[in-house]
Design a protein around this ligand. Structure first.
Ligand SMILES: Nc1ncnc2c1ncn2[C@@H]1O[C@H](COP(=O)(O)OP(=O)(O)OP(=O)(O)O)[C@@H](O)[C@H]1O
Length: 266
């Protein structure tokens, strides 16, 4: 799905927390949404998901009912059921103790596809999503008994079960061990679905994202391929941290080596 964020902004608590953001994340690829705590990443994801209507500008997506893929449809005006078939948002996980099994939680992602009498037209969708999120071994567990990382995998599986054409992930690697982080981002990158993922780990973004957007104080500070954007000057300006940017010996992608603060023994 094509996505254009055109001067989008919104206020929360009387303050512009997303302010005049212009961006065109590449279709069918993984875009990293970066920026310090409070920069506006979650709010921008909610605007892109159509859960918030922008007070300024627009968030436009391809109209699923039209042959033309050009982004012309304001996402927040899509009927909810239609939007739920095309746009999935994985929010920062809540720890609600719902009395459901893992399989039932993932099946919630299939609600937009179910018929009036509750049948899912694709009986294999839940199992495929569990497999994609490396969570098939959890299928029959009670949700309330899972660890933080296990829950995160199930949240991801639920979003994938929606089979969206626009996938929005808010800190999807939260709680995951290193191996699960790499597996998840590798899987999402190879999905071929337009994906925007808020990430705190600049090295994961550099390794897996085709494009990155960097927010700072609600405004877009930089956008482009990670190798162009993730410079020592940018890391200093946005995060207030000194860093060296090295080149990964296998992939050629940037590796950010932060300079420790305080006294350093050498
Ligand atoms: N309902 C609200 N009312 C007032 N201010 C809000 C509200 N929700 C969020 N904010 C503020 O808006 C700003 C942006 O918040 P947001 O959650 O989008 O940032 P973020 O980049 O996702 O942060 P983090 O990395 O910490 O998750 C923050 O300063 C936050 O305190």
């Amino acid at each position: 799905m094509e996505l254009t964020i055109a001067g989008a902004g919104t206020r929360l608590g009387g303050r512009w927390v997303v302010d005049g953001v212009d961006a065109t994340p590449p279709a069918g690829a993984l875009t990293g949404l970066l920026g310090p705590n409070g920069a506006g990443k979650t709010t921008l994801l909610r605007l892109v998901a159509g859960l918030l209507a922008p007070e300024a500008g627009a968030v436009l997506v391809s109209d699923p009912a039209a042959a033309d893929p050009a982004p012309t449809l304001p996402v927040h005006t899509m009927p909810r059921r239609v939007r739920a078939r095309h746009v999935a948002l994985l929010e920062q996980s809540s720890d609600a103790a719902v009395p459901l099994s893992v399989r039932e939680v993932v099946a919630l992602g299939r609600i937009p596809y179910r018929s009036l009498w509750g049948a899912d037209p694709d009986a294999g969708a839940v199992d495929r999503a569990l497999g994609a999120a490396s969570a098939e071994h959890l299928a029959d567990r009670a949700w309330s008994t899972l660890s933080g990382g296990e829950r995160q995998r199930v949240h991801v599986a639920r979003a994938l079960a929606q089979e969206p054409s626009l996938l929005l992930l808010d800190e999807p690697t939260n709680h995951l061990d290193v191996s699960a982080q790499l597996a998840l981002l590798g899987f999402v990158r190879d999905l071929g679905v337009t994906t925007v993922a808020a990430l705190h780990d600049l090295n994961l973004a550099a390794a897996y994202c085709e494009h990155v957007l960097v927010l700072s104080g609600g405004r877009l500070a930089a956008a482009g391929p990670p190798a162009d954007v993730l410079t020592p000057a940018l890391v200093r300006e946005v995060y207030g941290v000194d860093a060296h940017v090295l080149t990964h010996p296998m992939t050629g992608r940037p590796v950010i080596a932060y300079s420790p603060t305080g006294t350093v023994d050498v």
